[in-house]
Design a protein around this ligand. Sequence first.
Ligand code: SAM
Length: 289
Amino acid sequence: MNLTDINEIRALLDRHGFRFSKSLGQNFLTAAWVPEQIADSAGIDKNTGVLEIGPGIGCLTKQLSMRAGKVVAVELDSALKPVLKETLADCDNVETVFGDVLKTDLKALVEEKFTGLRPVVCANLPYNVTSPVLTELITSGLFESITVMIQREVAQRICARENTADYGAFTLLCQWYCETYKLFDVPPSCFIPQPKVTSSVIKLKKRKSPPIAVLDEEQMFKIIRAAFNQRRKTLVNALSSAMGIDKVFVQNAVVSCGLDERVRGEVLDIVKFAQLSDIFTKNVPENVG
Ligand code: SAM
């Protein structure tokens, strides 16, 4: 069966009485080159254990199965159970798990299912939960790489450089834990039903260590969130109001990082945020947070 042929997909889904769910972000691929290219980009071989999130009818799962040692595919929609049983019948190295990936104990899953394998993620993510799923995957530190298709707008935010409109707290979170790469775009015409927006495939490679040492990582991210929560304000105003810290202290800290006191948060790269955070840690730990 060709799992990207639109007529075969329709016949398969009709046979199983399946209805697409918008709230589950169900847009299935209908262009053979897309799952092939996603799987090719993921750096998978027989020593790899792949976690796929949302296999749908299994078109990417099949490509992963051909390349990997093992694939575990977590799918929330149990209506896809009989469909996947049929489409993945000859994929011996695939295990499907029915449940919500956001409620799954990923550490236990990796330990149980991927013993002796390099764990990676490869998926066409459901768009409605992209950010929480990626945050969970990235901060878990469990996966060597994460190759996923997401909305282009979110891909641009993840891969943004400082001083651009796309740059924000989520950019810095992703780039703190991973090297980020935007690989290629996929137009709406490659899906059924067609989404309203263009998609992009990105690859996140886990860093061996953070891009720079920082005394208190948690505090640095508090500062980052405060800076971008009110991104139109100057950094000094945003931080002093959000964190309840004396404005003169923040001003001095910003200037001692070699920055203009009227600077906005979006101008700072991760190194500057780490530097600023260390000044806070050394001088006003009891005030922060
Ligand atoms: N992989 C298929 C493809 O590329 O054609 C389907 C991708 S579709 C964009 C997203 C899939 O994720 C759907 O099958 C949906 O049911 C599933 N899904 C949605 N939310 C989920 C969750 N929280 N946990 C696991 N799967 C989820």
